[in-house]
Design a protein around this ligand. Sequence first.
Ligand SMILES: C[S@@+](CC[C@H](N)C(=O)[O-])C[C@H]1O[C@@H](n2cnc3c(N)ncnc32)[C@H](O)[C@@H]1O
Length: 353
Amino acid sequence: MFPLKNKIFLFKIFNYSRFFVYTLEGFPIIMVQKFFGLRRKPNPPPPKDHQEKLIKTIINMIEEDINNIQKNIYSETLVLPENPIIHWKRYIEIFKDSFHSSIRKKNNEYKTFSEDLKVDEKDLPKYYKRNFHFQTDGYLSDKSAQLYSHQTEILFRGSLALTRRVLLAPVLSYIKKQNRRLKILELACGSGESTEILLSSCENIELTAIDLSSSYIKYAEKKTKNYSNIKYLNLDALNLDHFEENFDIILSSYLIHEMPEKERNLVFKSAYRKLNHLGLMVTIDSIQLGDVPDFDWALLNFPKDFHEPFYMNYIKRPILNFMENNQFTNIETNIRFLSKCVTGLKQDPNLET
Ligand SMILES: C[S@@+](CC[C@H](N)C(=O)[O-])C[C@H]1O[C@@H](n2cnc3c(N)ncnc32)[C@H](O)[C@@H]1O
């Protein structure tokens, strides 16, 4: 429809506007937090030039993103802006909700849920039933599912979707190079952000996405309703025995920083068992201490401002070690901004020639 040059210009505009819009959307929420006396000086403080470093990192990612689109690694539809009416209506809900989450934060309440929420506690792991980030109903209500992705984008100034697809690009290229249909399992798909990237970019896959939250699954299902090669299941990532089949790729994004260390290890152990020989484990999550020393201050402050009880332990225990301890080989790490993608291969010793 548009000449390529104009299209690229448009994609750049979309990416930069996301950064500005979400940054602006953060200010009224900061005012609410100030009203409740919740803002504090970061300790440890950021380096003096951190704003410039942040902007430079985002500009580099935007260039990489455009490059990936030109190379057809992922679908350009991922960069298009959403309907502004839906966006602003949701923002108003997020703004109203920021009063509730601020009150919860002020009172350090992290186990409060709406009265009408019916959740069978028996079926949920102990660490799970809480208000992660002090968010309303944790992961357990439809409303939380509707607001989640937008809320996290505000927190990361509109960079999260961009980071996700740039980090997933090598995995998407790998999938496209295979001349067979790959079976992929996504653990903790949430509201379907990575799910949508996979589905819109790779045709030759059969994707199964699981999550503990039926509300988040419902939301993800709606978002990806045009695809027939996806199956959603309300299951625990810590127990994959439900599956008789094995997978070529098992992927999780932003799951393990919210788990205690023991459960984190269990994710890698269960995934290893359910991968085919030469299957790939893909873990996208927050960077950890020392990955980008300039951002260590941000990692150390994060769990002081949000209810993230396992994050401090997470940043001190490299994902790489969990992979090595669970027999993964050829481990590779790719870092972008505040996130990283760690991949590891299952080489079944019984099948080696
Ligand atoms: C931070 S969100 C990330 C969601 C999504 N992957 C993304 O990238 O936006 C964490 C998700 O993990 C899910 N979750 C946490 N523990 C889980 C478990 N043991 N099994 C399945 N899902 C789990 C939550 O319900 C939530 O949807």
